[in-house]
Write a protein that binds this ligand. Structure first.
Ligand SMILES: [Zn+2]
Length: 658
C-alpha cells in the first residue's frame, strides 16, 4: 500500500507536468481541500440499501456537464515506475459544467471505487481561470453521490471546469475498465488487454462523472499506452506524442465525440489487428473490426466490417440521420458479461458473436452474428443519438433496437427471413415470459421499483422482446411507412437529446391520422401495453345472430380489471388476406365482428398484435378443416401462432388435445 501511495504521488506530479496547471492556484486549492479530505477511497461495497427502497437515485438537474476531457493511462500486467502499479488506471478528468435555473454552492456527481487525489481537485471559472474554493467533499456510499461544498455560488449559465486526479482500478470483474487476456498462438505468450463496460452504472468506476443517461456531454479523450499497443475509444484518433520522461510510452489523442451519455464511454487498449470495410460502402465512416492478430489473419473480421458498413448505410437512409462519428469500430473480447455493447463509435462484442470464419462458422451462427451487429448498430440511433431520459425507459433502447435489428437483418441478409425469426425469437418468447406474474412487470418500469443495486436486472425479456413486439405492433396498426415517418420525427425532435416514451408517441401521432380508434392518440392506445404487465387473451365465439363476438381478459388473470386497446386484423375464408392493418379495434371488454360465423376466421391476421386468441369449438373446427384441406391458405405466421397459443392453452388447462 505504501509503495502504491508513493507511485500515486509520482504519477500525480507527472500528470500535473503534462496537463500544465498553474502551480500557485493548485497549492491554494490543495491547502483548502485537504483540510477536510486529504485522500479518499470511494468504495461503496459496504453499502447495503436493500431495506430502504425510498432512496432518491437521481442527481439534481441544476448542474449539467457539457464536456469531459479524460486522460487515462491503463497499466496492464507490469508496474511502471513513476506512472503506476499494474492493474490500475491513473488518470485525470476535467469536466466543463454550468449551473442552470438557480445559483448553487454545491456540486453533486457520481464516483465509485476510485482513489481520488482530493487535494488536487480544483474548480475554476473557464473564461478567466479564477478559482472557486472547494470547502469539503463528502461521499454517500449508497448512492455514489460525491458532494462538493463550494465557498460561493456558481454563477448561472457560466462555464466552470472541475478537475479530478485519480487512480481507478483495471478491474477483474467485467465492468468499469477491466482486464482480459488471450494466448498468442505464435509465441504462446499471454496478451493482456484493457477494455470497458459502463452500462448501466459503471462509468463512475473509471472517472468521476454525472453518470445518468440524460446528462450528455462531449468526450475528448487522451490515452497513454505503450508504443506497441493500440488504443481505441469513442472518437477517432487524431494524433500522438511521446510521454515525456517515459520512454516507450505514447499519449494518443482522440477527436471530440458528439454529446453522449456516460454509459456509452468505451476504451480498448490492446495489440489487436483490424479488418476494414471497403470505403465505397460508407465513404464518410471508417468501419473496422478489431481482434487478436491471428484471428484477423484468418479473415475473421472481414464479414462483420462489411456487413456493419452496409447496415449503417441502410439505417442512415432509413432513419434520415447520418451516423455522426467519423469511425465505427467493432472490437472483440473473450471476457464479456453480455453478448455485445453499443458504445458510441466503439461497439464491443463477445468474440464468438463477432468474428466469422468461413471454415467453421455455421449458417445459424452467421444469422445470429448479423442480428447482433444490426442490434448494436440500431442503438447508434435508438439509445446513442436519442437516449433514455432515465433507466425506467430502457425499452426505448432495447425494445426499439430489437425491432430494428430485424429490419437491418432483412436489409442485408434477406436469406435469413428476418420476420419469420422474429416470431419465434421475439414475439413468442415475450408472450411466454410476460405471462408469468412473478417475473413480469410493466414495459415502462415503475419509478418506485427501480433501485441502483439491481439496475441490470431490468435488462430482461420485457425490455428486449416485449419492447420489440410492442414496436412491431405499432408498425402493424400504423402501417410501416407511417411508423417509419414517426421514428424519423422522433429522431429529428430528440437528436442528441434524451427522451421518454411520450416523446416517441407524440412523434408517431404527427403521422397517425386515420390509423387509430376515433378520438384517441398513440399515447392513449399504448398506455395499457406499456403501463400494465401482461397482455390480453381474446376469446372468440359465435353469438345468437350468427356473428362473431370477441371479449378480452388479462391472460392467466381473468379477474384482473386491466384492459387494452387492441388492434384486431382479420382474415377469413371469404377474404384470406393476412395483413396487419386492423379492421377492428377492441377498445372495451367486448366487440362484435361483422364477419360470417359459418366460415373460418383468424384474428391477429398479420401477427403483429401482442396477444393470444382462443376460438370456441365451432370456430376452431372450421380452422382445423381448412388446415387439413390446404394449410397454405392460412399464413405461416398465423399457423405458428395457432400452435404457440394452443400449446399454451393446453398447459393452462383451457384446451384439450384433439
Ligand atoms: Zn441492446
Amino acid at each position: 500500500m505504501k509503495k502504491f501511495l508513493v507511485l500515486l504521488q509520482l504519477f500525480a506530479s507527472a500528470l500535473l507536468l503534462l496537463i500544465g496547471p498553474s502551480s500557485g492556484q493548485l497549492l491554494q486549492a490543495r491547502s483548502e481541500a485537504s483540510k477536510t479530505l486529504p485522500f479518499v477511497r470511494t468504495s461503496s461495497k459496504s453499502g447495503d440499501i436493500r431495506n430502504d427502497p425510498s432512496l432518491p437515485w437521481r442527481l439534481p438537474q441544476n448542474i449539467k456537464p457539457s464536456r469531459y476531457e479524460v486522460d487515462l493511462i491503463p497499466i496492464l500486467d507490469e508496474d511502471v515506475e513513476g506512472l503506476g502499479v499494474r492493474w490500475t488506471v491513473p488518470g485525470s478528468v476535467k469536466i466543463h459544467l454550468a449551473a442552470h435555473d438557480q445559483p448553487t454552492n454545491r456540486i453533486i456527481l457520481h464516483v465509485n471505487d476510485i482513489q481520488l487525489m482530493t487535494s488536487e481537485t480544483t474548480l475554476n471559472k473557464l473564461d478567466d481561470n479564477s478559482i472557486v474554493k472547494i470547502l469539503g467533499m463528502t461521499l454517500n456510499q449508497t448512492t455514489n453521490f460525491l458532494t462538493l461544498e463550494l465557498e460561493k455560488d456558481l454563477e448561472i449559465n457560466v462555464p466552470y471546469v472541475l478537475r479530478f486526479i485519480f487512480v481507478s482500478q483495471l478491474r477483474e470483474e467485467f465492468h468499469g475498465m477491466y482486464r482480459s487476456s488471450y494466448i498468442d498462438p505464435e509465441t504462446n505468450a499471454t496478451k493482456w488487454i484493457a477494455i470497458t463496460q459502463m452500462e448501466a452504472l459503471h462509468a463512475r468506476e473509471l472517472f468521476p462523472c454525472f453518470d445518468e443517461p440524460s446528462f450528455k456531454a462531449v468526450f475528448s479523450t487522451k490515452i497513454g499506452r505503450k508504443d506497441d499497443q493500440i488504443a481505441l475509444t469513442n472518437g477517432p484518433s487524431i494524433g500522438n506524442e511521446s510521454i515525456p520522461h517515459f520512454p516507450g510510452w505514447t499519449w494518443e489523442t482522440f477527436g471530440d465525440t458528439v454529446p453522449m451519455s456516460t454509459y456509452l464511454f468505451a476504451a480498448v487498449i490492446s495489440e489487436y489487428g483490424y479488418s476494414e470495410a471497403p470505403s465505397t460502402i460508407l465513404p464518410d465512416t471508417v468501419v473496422r473490426t478489431y481482434a487478436p492478430k491471428h484471428h484477423i489473419q484468418r479473415q475473421g473480421g472481414v464479414y462483420p466490417s462489411e456487413k456493419a458498413a452496409l447496415i449503417l448505410k441502410d439505417f442512415e437512409t432509413r432513419f434520415g440521420q447520418k451516423y455522426p462519428l467519423a469511425k465505427m469500430d467493432l472490437a472483440s473480447v473473450t471476457d464479456f458479461t453480455f453478448g455485445a455493447m453499443e458504445n458510441f463509435g466503439l461497439n464491443i462484442y463477445q468474440q464468438q458473436l463477432l468474428l466469422l470464419f468461413s471454415d467453421e462458422t455455421t449458417e445459424n451462427e452467421r444469422g445470429r452474428l448479423t442480428q447482433i451487429l444490426a442490434h448494436e448498430l440500431a442503438h447508434q440511433w435508438f439509445g446513442n443519438l436519442v437516449s433514455p431520459g432515465w433507466w425506467t425507459y430502457i425499452w426505448l433502447n432495447e425494445g426499439i433496437s430489437t425491432f430494428v435489428q430485424f429490419v437491418g437483418l432483412e436489409a442485408v441478409v434477406p436469406e435469413f427471413k428476418s420476420w419469420d425469426l422474429f416470431i419465434d425469437l421475439t414475439l413468442q418468447r415475450a408472450l411466454a415470459y410476460d405471462a408469468i406474474q412473478a417475473t413480469s412487470h410493466p414495459l415502462k418500469i415503475p419509478e418506485e421499483r427501480w433501485a441502483q443495486q439491481d439496475a441490470m436486472s431490468w435488462f430482461d425479456v420485457i425490455a428486449y422482446q416485449k419492447g420489440g413486439s410492442i414496436a412491431r405492433m405499432m408498425e402493424g396498426f400504423l402501417t410501416p411507412p407511417v411508423f417509419l415517418q414517426g421514428l424519423k420525427t422522433y429522431q429529428e425532435n430528440k437528436y442528441l437529446q434524451d427522451a421518454v416514451q411520450d416523446d416517441l408517441f407524440e412523434a408517431l401521432d404527427v403521422h397517425a391520422t386515420g390509423k387509430l380508434p376515433a378520438n384517441t392518440n398513440v399515447s392513449q392506445v399504448m398506455s395499457g401495453w406499456t403501463l400494465q404487465s401482461g397482455f390480453p387473451l381474446l376469446q372468440v365465439s359465435v353469438n345468437d345472430a350468427n356473428k362473431i363476438d370477441v371479449t378480452q381478459t388479462k391472460y392467466k388473470e381473468p379477474n384482473s380489471p386491466d384492459i387494452w386497446v387492441v388492434p384486431v386484423s382479420v382474415a377469413s375464408k371469404d377474404n384470406p388476406e393476412f395483413g396487419a392493418e386492423p379492421e377492428y379495434w377492441l377498445t372495451g371488454k367486448a366487440l362484435t365482428l361483422n364477419e360470417a360465423a359459418d366460415k373460418w376466421v383468424i384474428l391477429n391476421a398479420g401477427l403483429t398484435g401482442y396477444y393470444r386468441v382462443l376460438y370456441n369449438d365451432a370456430l376452431e373446427r372450421l380452422i382445423l378443416e381448412q388446415l387439413q384441406q390446404d394449410h397454405d391458405v392460412i399464413h405461416s405466421h398465423s399457423r405458428s401462432q395457432l400452435l404457440d397459443d394452443y400449446f399454451n392453452f393446453v398447459w393452462d388447462g383451457k384446451n384439450k388435445y384433439r
